[in-house]
Design a protein around this ligand. Structure first.
Ligand code: MG
Length: 374
């Protein structure tokens, strides 16, 4: 196998390994094996039917958590290749980063967190780790996917101090105030590039925001005028795509260059140097500010659009009703989850609800509350 890793990259050789020791894989690296396990997991297939911003049944062309995760992986891999980081690790983190998301996107997560407030709360990041560490049941030797430390650390983007203390190895860096690998830092920013851009695209497609509004946003208008100059007659979806692809390109190029400069200024000679340095993967100041402006626009005009809010309200209601029903009478849970409730308490209910796809949650709601359903 050909490797061209930088000295500060995570490699199969400097990895802290798996929790349960296994024979080394043949014909693929440890991190390729992690990626493959994630793709074959049940939680990964569920991403297809989980909301990113638009609920799954609202339209066939909007991003779902699955296509979002694929875009994050694509962007992350491009940058990783240019920085000589571990592309397989970035890909594995990107594909797994949203596995713990509830149905109905952030509205679902907020509702479940509120329901769980007397039982330790609910946090999708931590839940993604729980999926790969505990909840997947596929292997004879262990629960979860038994992923490498660096993949698990990348999935746990942030967590509370209380949880950090409880988590062991992957919690240590929060206590010691250290940074994760550059691959983990990169997957995080690839996530940001992906959602800012696809939310512009999906927002325009849905008609909830329009092009004139976006022309007041620096990064959009700058790229839009480049496209108009190059193709004076272009319009409609093609104009949007030409603009968005240029925005992604600008962000990827800026992230690559800025990170390369920060890495070289830090004079890293090993992976350990990464952990004690400040975050080294990042945008230039100008681009960072432009991204803030775009995020603010999306928050005000898309995520808080009244049509999105009405859907979020239904989502919240659905999650709350399910949670309340299960916690007031655990016999309403499927038998396997009832026995898990005996051991794990309300966490078992949170696991069951978080694992639901949008449409499963809607169906379960009907089965529990619509008198004519069974
Ligand atoms: Mg994401």
């Amino acid at each position: 196998m050909m490797h061209d890793f930088a000295v500060y990259a995570v490699t199969p050789e400097n990895s802290r390994g798996r929790r349960v020791q296994e024979d080394p894989p043949a014909g693929r690296s440890e991190f390729q094996r992690d990626r493959d396990r994630i793709i074959h997991s049940t939680a990964f297939r569920r991403l297809e039917y989980k909301t990113q911003v638009f609920v799954n049944h609202e339209g066939d062309l909007f991003r779902t958590r699955l296509t979002h995760s694929l875009e994050v992986a694509q962007i992350g891999r491009s940058v990783a290749r240019n920085l000589h980081l571990n592309e397989d690790l970035v890909e594995a983190i990107a594909l797994a980063h949203d596995l713990g998301h509830t149905p109905f996107g952030h509205a679902g997560q907020d509702a479940l967190n509120e329901c769980m407030k007397d039982h330790g709360g609910f946090e999708h990041n931590l839940q993604s780790l729980r999926v790969v560490d505990v909840l997947e049941e596929r292997y004879g030797l262990f629960n979860g996917l038994n992923l490498c430390f660096e993949t698990r650390e990348g999935i746990l983007k942030h967590c509370s101090m209380k949880n950090a203390k409880r988590l062991g190895d992957v919690g240590e860096r929060f206590i010691a105030n250290q940074r994760p690998s550059l691959e983990a830092q990169l997957a995080n920013l690839a996530d940001e590039i992906a959602y800012n851009n696809h939310d512009v695209d999906d927002g325009l497609r849905s008609g909830l925001i329009d092009q004139e509004q976006l022309e007041g946003v620096g990064i959009f208008s700058r790229h839009l005028s480049m496209v108009r100059k190059r193709y004076p007659d272009i319009a409609g979806r093609r104009l949007v795509h030409e603009t968005v692809r240029r925005m992604i390109n600008t962000l990827v190029a800026d992230l690559t260059q800025q990170s390369m400069d920060s890495i070289s200024d830090a004079r890293l000679d090993s992976l350990n140097g990464v952990r004690s340095s400040p975050a080294l993967i990042g945008f230039s100041e100008t681009i960072r500010q432009e991204q803030q402006e775009l995020k603010k626009f999306l928050r005000e005009h898309l995520y808080r659009h009244y049509q999105v809010s009405r859907m979020s309200n239904k989502a919240r209601h659905t999650v709350e009703m399910l949670f309340n029903a299960f916690s007031s009478d655990t016999r309403l849970l499927p038998p396997a989850d009832q026995s898990r409730f005996q051991k794990e308490g309300h966490q078992a209910i949170a696991d069951y609800i978080a694992g639901m796809t949008d449409r499963y949650a809607i169906r379960e709601y009907r089965r529990l509350f619509a008198i004519e359903e069974s």
